[in-house]
Every structure is written in structure tokens, then in C-alpha cells.
Design a protein around this ligand. Structure first.
Ligand code: JFZ
Length: 421
């Protein structure tokens, strides 16, 4: 299996912060992108959402600006989710924007808008497809309980051909694509009772090896994620809605990773959701991710009129307020070999060490192992000097403090600087 272009991989690792966009006709149901599955909606019961999909306020320049202002450097857009609905005018199916009142492509304009703001463009593409007649019904399919495993001649090889054809369309029509984010394989999954999931699917179904070759051929610069069920093929791995405890290492080798996270637990627009993460928590999530050498792909779910809701825009703006002053500790930064004190994270870029203080201490912070290693210290938000306290000053070396001569002790202002986090 050919590997990704190392320069592109390096760029990705420096980008650090991206926008995930989950958008489709499920935005009209406004209760999670799995609504067709969760509520066992038939194709006909789902059809009203296609019949009414008309995002009259669609203006991807607004999304792109919100992303850029938040300090994001790339985006990943759902070209097709599990419901099979295509956000572009595919030649291989009518189950797309073409069959909606809106009637036209949404992928091209979105990609263009983000490129105009200088952001990278990646495509999420669902391997599952609950619409294609050749996709075998399985335990995750909305029609499973009604139709069981009676496949009515469904032919997964034929579906794979369709899948490859669509990926080819996307990579040629919207070149250059920076990332293909495939989702997902479930060959060995178990159901809620612990029994093997009926009809689980993986590499043999998607013909993943050929799919990877296709991407390498058409988009040599594109990175491919780890959900194709091919060991060792992934350019990066994708922990979803959990944080690794340390830089991710697989078989003794550090790997490139990208955490994906929601704003509120749902990927698609979810009107009645009250479970919003605070901007402060999200900034900590970003810092924590970079401190472990990862990227953060933070999701938004535009609504049925094509807008990001105020709660999402406000959150992004607040993150941007912090990023305006602290981006240099994120972009191009990564893990440090130094161990931070309690409730802190380090990110490092070259010889610059950034100390992120999650819980503001009382005046002093003792930084293990940094004695004699720091030439100058300052706050990032206002460039004001942070003074070091030397070890011969009684108060700081008092044995009850538990500091050692290897510690560098710095003196912080009593008040937390007036910026987000
Ligand atoms: C998938 C989708 O089902 C979901 O709607 C969303 O698009 C998300 C980004 O990706 O969710 C998954 C996929 C794989 C696993 C868990 C959730 N997994 O392998 O554990």
C-alpha cells in the first residue's frame, strides 16, 4: 500500500484545527443525522425531507469566514452520509440535491468558499448507504427489522462499484481534495445483546484496497483516514468523541491522529439539543489535543435553510477570540518532551514552549525540570513578562512547598488574564 505524501502529512499535522460539517436532508428532521435509522423510517417516510430541502440562506462564505476566524485551517464536508443522500449532483444517482427543490450542487460552492479563505478541503464519504438498492440490508440498516435479511438480490460488489464511481466523481470534479474521510467499517461489530451484528461490513465489501489505490491515483496529495478496515493503510486515525490520554502510538510507532468532536453530541443539526459544550471546554479540548500531537476536527451542523445556528456561531467566535491571541501555540505546535505541572498542558513549536494553565493558581507555578532551561518567559495574550523566582528566595524553597532545585518557579498575576480560558 502506498503511503501518503510526507509533505502533505506534515502540513496536516501543522494545521491542527479543522471544521467538520455534517449537512444533509436530516437537517430538516433536526433530530440527529441517524434519524432514519433511530426511528426506523422507511424510504417513503424519509422522502418529505428531500421534498422540502431548499436551503435558501446557504452562503458558504459565511461558514468559511466563521471557520477562519475561529483559527481553523481546513474543513471536512459530508458529501454523502449513511442515508445515501448526495450533496452534489452525482451522475450515478438521483438521490441527491437534484431531487430537491434546491436542485443544485452544494459541494462545489462550499469547497470554493473555503479555498477562497485559504482553508484546506476534505470530503467525508459514507461507506454505508441506506438508499442504494444493492447495499445489503444489515443490522445497522433502517429497513432491517421490517425486511430482515431478505436481500432481494442485493449485490454488494455492485454497490462497491457505485461507491468507487462516486469517489472518482468527487476527486475529479472538485480537485484538489486534501482528505478523504471514509465512514465506516463494522465487520466484527456486535449488537446490543453481544451477538455478532448481522451483515457487518468491511474491506472485502468496500473493496478497500482498490478504493485506496483509486484515491492515491486521482489525488496523490490526499490523506485517507482509518475507517476502511485495512490494517496499516491509514494516514491518520480518528478517535471519536473521546480524548486519548497521550500521543497515539500503534505497534510502537507514533501515528498521526485527528480527534473529531461535536458541539452538542449530535453531528447533524439537532434543534432541541441542550447539551452544548462551552467555548472554554472546547478550547481546553483543542489544547489537550495539540499537547498530545493530535488535530481537532470540530463539527457544526448547518440547519435546513443553510445557516449555522447562533449557538454554533457564538461558540466559534469565542474560540476565535482566544485563537487570535494564542494561535501560535496551536498551529505548527505539538507535544513537548517536558512534563507539565498539574492542571496544565504544554505545547511546543521549535524551541518555544507554551504553558497552558487550565486551573489558575495562586501566584506561583513550579515547572518540573525547567530550572536553567528557560531564557525568557511571557504571557502570550499581551507579551507581558512573567518573572522567575529564584530558589534562594526563602518562600519558594520552603520544604513544605515540595519544590526541587530542578523546578523553575514562575510568578503569575493574581488575576487570570482577561481572555477566554
Ligand atoms: C460515524 C457516523 O455514524 C456518525 O453519524 C458521524 O458521521 C461520525 C463522525 O461518524 O459514527 C461512528 C463511526 C464509527 C464508530 C463510532 C461512531 N466506531 O467505529 O466506533
Amino acid at each position: 500500500m502506498t503511503a501518503a505524501d510526507p509533505a502533505r502529512l506534515d502540513e496536516f499535522r501543522r494545521q491542527r484545527f479543522g471544521m467538520f460539517i455534517h449537512w444533509g436532508v436530516y437537517a430538516l428532521a433536526a433530530r440527529h443525522e441517524w434519524v432514519r435509522n433511530r426511528e426506523r423510517l422507511s424510504r417513503d417516510q424519509y422522502q418529505p425531507y428531500l421534498d422540502r430541502f431548499d436551503p435558501d440562506l446557504f452562503d458558504p462564505a459565511v461558514w468559511a469566514r466563521a471557520a477562519r476566524d475561529a483559527g481553523m485551517t481546513y474543513m471536512v464536508l459530508t458529501t454523502k452520509h449513511h442515508d445515501g443522500f448526495c450533496l452534489w449532483d452525482s451522475e450515478l444517482t438521483d438521490y441527491s440535491v437534484r431531487s430537491t427543490p434546491w436542485g443544485k450542487d452544494l459541494v462545489g460552492p462550499t469547497a470554493d468558499a473555503f479555498r477562497r479563505e485559504g482553508l484546506g478541503v476534505g470530503f467525508y464519504h459514507s461507506l454505508l448507504d441506506w438508499q442504494q438498492p444493492d447495499f445489503p440490508i444489515d443490522g445497522l440498516h433502517p429497513d432491517f427489522e421490517r425486511d430482515g435479511v431478505d436481500q432481494h438480490g442485493r449485490d454488494v460488489a455492485h454497490y462497491a462499484q457505485y461507491l468507487h464511481g462516486q469517489v472518482e466523481e468527487l476527486l475529479t470534479k472538485y480537485a484538489p481534495v486534501d482528505t478523504m474521510w471514509f465512514d465506516f467499517s463494522y465487520r466484527n461489530w456486535r449488537d446490543a445483546q453481544g451477538r455478532p451484528l448481522v451483515g457487518g461490513k468491511g474491506a472485502a465489501d468496500w473493496r478497500s484496497d482498490d478504493l485506496i489505490s483509486l484515491v492515491r491515483r486521482l489525488a496523490p496529495q490526499a490523506l485517507i483516514n482509518d475507517r476502511l478496515d485495512v490494517d496499516g493503510s491509514a494516514d491518520f486515525v480518528t478517535p471519536e468523541q473521546y480524548q486519548p490520554v497521550a500521543p497515539v502510538v500503534i505497534d510502537g510507532v507514533p501515528v498521526t491522529w485527528e480527534a473529531c468532536q461535536t458541539l452538542n453530541g449530535s453531528w447533524g443539526y439537532d434543534r432541541d439539543n441542550l447539551d452544548w459544550k462551552s467555548p472554554e471546554l472546547l478550547i481546553k479540548l483543542l489544547v489537550d489535543t495539540v499537547s498530545k500531537d493530535g488535530n481537532l476536527l470540530l463539527n457544526v451542523g448547518p440547519n435546513g435553510r443553510g445557516e449555522l445556528e447562533p449557538r454554533a456561531l457564538d461558540t466559534l467566535a469565542e474560540i476565535g477570540r482566544w485563537m487570535r491571541l494564542h494561535a501560535r501555540s496551536i498551529h505548527g505546535a505539538g507535544a513537548s518532551a517536558f512534563a507539565p505541572p498539574r492542571d496544565c498542558r504544554y505545547t511546543q513549536r521549535g524551541d518555544r514552549l507554551y504553558l497552558h494553565v487550565f486551573s489558575w493558581p495562586f501566584r506561583h507555578l513550579h515547572l518540573p525540570g525547567l530550572a536553567g532551561k528557560v531564557r525568557y518567559a511571557q504571557l502570550l495574550n499581551d507579551a507581558s513578562e512573567v518573572r522567575r523566582v529564584s530558589h534562594d528566595e526563602g518562600a519558594v524553597t520552603h520544604p513544605a512547598l515540595g519544590t526541587t532545585p530542578d523546578d523553575l518557579t514562575i510568578e503569575l498575576p493574581i488575576q487570570h488574564p482577561d481572555v477566554a480560558v
